[in-house]
Design a protein around this ligand. Structure first.
Ligand code: IPE
Ligand code: IPE
Ligand code: MG
Length: 227
Protein backbone atom coordinates (compact mmCIF):
# COMPACT_ATOMS: atom_id res chain seq x y z
CA UNK A 1 0.00 0.00 0.00
CA UNK A 2 1.36 3.40 -0.79
CA UNK A 3 0.59 6.76 0.76
CA UNK A 4 -1.20 9.50 -1.12
CA UNK A 5 0.29 12.98 -0.69
CA UNK A 6 -3.15 14.61 -1.09
CA UNK A 7 -2.36 17.58 1.13
CA UNK A 8 1.20 18.91 1.16
CA UNK A 9 2.08 21.70 3.58
CA UNK A 10 5.35 23.62 3.38
CA UNK A 11 7.16 25.95 5.76
CA UNK A 12 9.08 27.99 3.19
CA UNK A 13 12.09 28.97 5.26
CA UNK A 14 15.58 30.26 4.44
CA UNK A 15 14.96 33.26 2.18
CA UNK A 16 16.96 35.67 4.32
CA UNK A 17 19.95 33.35 4.65
CA UNK A 18 19.91 32.67 0.91
CA UNK A 19 20.24 36.41 0.24
CA UNK A 20 22.83 36.96 2.95
CA UNK A 21 25.06 34.24 1.50
CA UNK A 22 25.10 36.25 -1.73
CA UNK A 23 25.72 39.59 -0.06
CA UNK A 24 22.20 40.72 -0.99
CA UNK A 25 19.53 42.34 1.19
CA UNK A 26 17.18 39.79 2.81
CA UNK A 27 14.26 40.91 0.70
CA UNK A 28 15.99 39.62 -2.45
CA UNK A 29 15.58 36.16 -0.96
CA UNK A 30 11.84 36.74 -0.64
CA UNK A 31 11.69 37.77 -4.29
CA UNK A 32 13.48 34.62 -5.39
CA UNK A 33 11.28 32.61 -3.03
CA UNK A 34 8.17 33.86 -4.81
CA UNK A 35 9.51 32.40 -8.08
CA UNK A 36 9.95 29.04 -6.39
CA UNK A 37 6.31 29.19 -5.25
CA UNK A 38 5.39 29.42 -8.92
CA UNK A 39 7.44 26.34 -9.86
CA UNK A 40 6.18 24.23 -6.96
CA UNK A 41 2.54 25.24 -7.49
CA UNK A 42 2.76 24.29 -11.17
CA UNK A 43 4.32 20.95 -10.26
CA UNK A 44 1.62 20.18 -7.69
CA UNK A 45 -1.21 21.24 -10.03
CA UNK A 46 0.04 18.67 -12.52
CA UNK A 47 0.62 15.93 -9.97
CA UNK A 48 -2.19 13.36 -10.16
CA UNK A 49 -2.46 12.92 -6.38
CA UNK A 50 -1.75 16.32 -4.86
CA UNK A 51 -4.96 18.27 -4.34
CA UNK A 52 -4.03 20.81 -1.67
CA UNK A 53 -0.78 22.76 -1.28
CA UNK A 54 -0.60 24.88 1.88
CA UNK A 55 2.29 27.36 2.01
CA UNK A 56 3.38 29.24 5.11
CA UNK A 57 4.00 32.75 3.80
CA UNK A 58 3.61 35.00 6.87
CA UNK A 59 3.24 33.95 10.49
CA UNK A 60 1.52 35.72 13.37
CA UNK A 61 5.05 36.13 14.77
CA UNK A 62 6.54 37.65 11.60
CA UNK A 63 5.20 41.10 12.60
CA UNK A 64 8.24 41.21 14.91
CA UNK A 65 10.50 41.77 11.89
CA UNK A 66 11.78 45.22 10.92
CA UNK A 67 9.03 47.40 9.50
CA UNK A 68 10.63 47.68 6.07
CA UNK A 69 10.80 43.89 5.70
CA UNK A 70 7.15 43.46 6.73
CA UNK A 71 6.13 46.17 4.28
CA UNK A 72 8.19 44.58 1.54
CA UNK A 73 6.52 41.20 2.14
CA UNK A 74 3.05 42.76 1.97
CA UNK A 75 3.86 44.52 -1.30
CA UNK A 76 5.48 41.40 -2.72
CA UNK A 77 2.36 39.41 -1.92
CA UNK A 78 0.12 41.88 -3.68
CA UNK A 79 2.41 41.97 -6.71
CA UNK A 80 2.68 38.18 -6.74
CA UNK A 81 -1.10 37.68 -6.70
CA UNK A 82 -1.60 40.13 -9.55
CA UNK A 83 1.16 38.60 -11.63
CA UNK A 84 0.22 34.97 -11.04
CA UNK A 85 -3.50 35.13 -11.82
CA UNK A 86 -2.91 33.89 -15.40
CA UNK A 87 -0.86 31.00 -13.98
CA UNK A 88 -3.69 30.04 -11.60
CA UNK A 89 -6.11 30.05 -14.54
CA UNK A 90 -3.80 28.16 -16.89
CA UNK A 91 -2.90 25.47 -14.35
CA UNK A 92 -6.37 25.12 -12.81
CA UNK A 93 -5.37 26.41 -9.39
CA UNK A 94 -7.92 27.67 -6.91
CA UNK A 95 -6.53 30.24 -4.50
CA UNK A 96 -7.44 30.20 -0.81
CA UNK A 97 -6.00 31.64 2.39
CA UNK A 98 -5.87 30.68 6.04
CA UNK A 99 -5.03 33.06 8.87
CA UNK A 100 -6.44 36.38 9.97
CA UNK A 101 -6.06 38.84 7.11
CA UNK A 102 -8.04 41.59 8.87
CA UNK A 103 -4.93 43.70 9.72
CA UNK A 104 -3.80 43.81 6.05
CA UNK A 105 -4.18 46.94 3.90
CA UNK A 106 -7.44 47.47 2.02
CA UNK A 107 -5.74 47.03 -1.36
CA UNK A 108 -4.06 43.75 -0.36
CA UNK A 109 -7.34 42.41 1.06
CA UNK A 110 -9.07 43.39 -2.15
CA UNK A 111 -6.43 41.62 -4.24
CA UNK A 112 -6.84 38.50 -2.09
CA UNK A 113 -10.62 38.55 -2.54
CA UNK A 114 -10.35 39.10 -6.32
CA UNK A 115 -7.94 36.20 -6.66
CA UNK A 116 -10.20 33.89 -4.64
CA UNK A 117 -13.26 34.92 -6.62
CA UNK A 118 -11.60 34.62 -10.05
CA UNK A 119 -10.17 31.19 -9.34
CA UNK A 120 -13.05 29.65 -7.38
CA UNK A 121 -14.03 27.22 -10.16
CA UNK A 122 -10.52 25.87 -10.76
CA UNK A 123 -10.25 22.25 -9.77
CA UNK A 124 -6.80 20.79 -10.25
CA UNK A 125 -5.23 22.13 -7.05
CA UNK A 126 -6.13 24.34 -4.10
CA UNK A 127 -3.18 26.56 -3.28
CA UNK A 128 -3.59 27.85 0.25
CA UNK A 129 -1.41 30.70 1.44
CA UNK A 130 -1.09 30.92 5.21
CA UNK A 131 -1.12 34.67 5.85
CA UNK A 132 -0.86 36.16 9.31
CA UNK A 133 -1.37 32.56 10.28
CA UNK A 134 -0.57 30.90 13.58
CA UNK A 135 -1.71 27.43 14.61
CA UNK A 136 -2.66 28.67 18.07
CA UNK A 137 -4.49 31.68 16.66
CA UNK A 138 -6.45 29.38 14.33
CA UNK A 139 -7.47 27.15 17.24
CA UNK A 140 -8.46 30.06 19.48
CA UNK A 141 -10.51 31.74 16.73
CA UNK A 142 -12.20 28.41 15.97
CA UNK A 143 -13.05 27.88 19.65
CA UNK A 144 -14.54 31.38 19.83
CA UNK A 145 -16.67 30.74 16.74
CA UNK A 146 -17.95 27.51 18.28
CA UNK A 147 -18.64 29.29 21.55
CA UNK A 148 -20.63 32.00 19.77
CA UNK A 149 -22.64 29.31 17.98
CA UNK A 150 -23.29 27.61 21.33
CA UNK A 151 -21.73 24.35 20.15
CA UNK A 152 -20.27 21.83 22.59
CA UNK A 153 -17.02 20.86 20.93
CA UNK A 154 -15.85 17.42 19.92
CA UNK A 155 -12.87 16.40 17.79
CA UNK A 156 -15.25 15.80 14.89
CA UNK A 157 -17.31 18.97 14.98
CA UNK A 158 -14.36 21.26 15.78
CA UNK A 159 -13.22 20.90 12.19
CA UNK A 160 -15.95 23.11 10.75
CA UNK A 161 -14.79 26.12 12.80
CA UNK A 162 -11.18 26.00 11.66
CA UNK A 163 -9.68 28.08 8.84
CA UNK A 164 -8.43 24.78 7.46
CA UNK A 165 -11.93 23.29 7.47
CA UNK A 166 -12.52 21.53 4.09
CA UNK A 167 -8.78 21.21 3.42
CA UNK A 168 -8.43 17.85 5.12
CA UNK A 169 -5.52 16.53 7.14
CA UNK A 170 -2.00 17.52 6.10
CA UNK A 171 -0.33 14.35 4.82
CA UNK A 172 3.19 15.62 4.21
CA UNK A 173 4.69 18.54 6.09
CA UNK A 174 7.99 19.86 4.82
CA UNK A 175 10.24 22.57 6.19
CA UNK A 176 13.13 23.93 4.14
CA UNK A 177 16.03 25.93 5.57
CA UNK A 178 17.39 23.45 8.12
CA UNK A 179 15.44 24.36 11.28
CA UNK A 180 13.62 21.49 12.96
CA UNK A 181 10.56 23.15 14.40
CA UNK A 182 6.96 23.89 13.45
CA UNK A 183 7.05 27.61 14.34
CA UNK A 184 3.31 27.49 15.13
CA UNK A 185 2.27 26.11 11.72
CA UNK A 186 -0.82 23.86 11.31
CA UNK A 187 -0.95 22.59 14.88
CA UNK A 188 -4.33 20.88 14.51
CA UNK A 189 -4.14 19.73 10.91
CA UNK A 190 -0.69 18.24 11.09
CA UNK A 191 -1.38 15.89 14.01
CA UNK A 192 -0.48 12.87 11.87
CA UNK A 193 1.46 14.47 9.04
CA UNK A 194 4.70 12.85 7.93
CA UNK A 195 7.44 15.37 8.69
CA UNK A 196 10.36 16.28 6.46
CA UNK A 197 13.07 18.76 7.41
CA UNK A 198 15.62 19.58 4.74
CA UNK A 199 18.65 21.84 4.65
CA UNK A 200 17.93 23.39 1.23
CA UNK A 201 17.04 27.06 1.55
CA UNK A 202 13.63 27.83 0.06
CA UNK A 203 14.95 29.93 -2.88
CA UNK A 204 17.10 26.92 -3.93
CA UNK A 205 14.25 24.40 -3.64
CA UNK A 206 13.22 22.61 -6.85
CA UNK A 207 10.41 20.40 -8.08
CA UNK A 208 12.96 17.60 -8.44
CA UNK A 209 13.58 17.77 -4.70
CA UNK A 210 9.86 17.71 -3.99
CA UNK A 211 9.52 14.71 -6.27
CA UNK A 212 12.20 12.88 -4.23
CA UNK A 213 10.45 13.80 -0.96
CA UNK A 214 7.14 12.45 -2.29
CA UNK A 215 8.90 9.20 -3.25
CA UNK A 216 10.30 8.97 0.28
CA UNK A 217 6.86 9.77 1.77
CA UNK A 218 5.34 6.89 -0.18
CA UNK A 219 7.76 4.47 1.46
CA UNK A 220 6.87 5.48 5.01
CA UNK A 221 4.54 3.33 7.05
CA UNK A 222 1.69 5.46 8.41
CA UNK A 223 0.12 3.65 11.33
CA UNK A 224 -2.09 6.34 12.88
CA UNK A 225 -1.73 4.67 16.24
CA UNK A 226 -2.68 1.20 14.96
CA UNK A 227 -0.28 -1.68 14.44
C1 IPE B 1 10.98 32.52 5.25
O1 IPE B 1 12.30 32.91 5.13
C2 IPE B 1 10.03 33.55 4.71
C3 IPE B 1 9.23 34.25 5.72
C4 IPE B 1 9.21 34.00 7.01
C5 IPE B 1 8.38 35.32 5.24
P1 IPE B 1 13.01 33.77 6.27
O2 IPE B 1 12.82 35.21 5.98
O3 IPE B 1 12.59 33.32 7.60
O4 IPE B 1 14.54 33.39 6.01
P2 IPE B 1 15.62 33.05 7.12
O5 IPE B 1 15.06 31.93 7.94
O6 IPE B 1 15.84 34.29 7.90
O7 IPE B 1 16.81 32.63 6.31
C1 IPE C 1 8.27 30.35 9.77
O1 IPE C 1 9.55 30.80 9.54
C2 IPE C 1 7.28 31.24 9.11
C3 IPE C 1 7.25 31.21 7.63
C4 IPE C 1 7.98 30.43 6.87
C5 IPE C 1 6.31 32.10 7.03
P1 IPE C 1 10.31 31.77 10.57
O2 IPE C 1 11.65 32.02 9.98
O3 IPE C 1 9.47 32.95 10.87
O4 IPE C 1 10.40 30.87 11.88
P2 IPE C 1 11.45 30.87 13.08
O5 IPE C 1 11.59 32.28 13.55
O6 IPE C 1 12.73 30.34 12.52
O7 IPE C 1 10.86 29.94 14.07
MG1 MG D 1 13.26 31.91 8.88
Amino acid sequence: MSNTPRHIAIIMDGNGRWAKKRGLPRVKGHEKGAEVVREITTYCANHPEVKVLTLFAFSTENWKRPKHEVEFLMKLLEKYLKKELPLYQKEGVRFETIGDISPFSASLKERIEITKEETKNNEKLIQVLALNYGGRDEIVRAANRACKAGVVLSEDNFDQFLDTSRLGEADLLLRTGGEMRLSNFLLWRAAYAELFFIKTLWPDFTKKELENIIDEFKKRERRFGGI
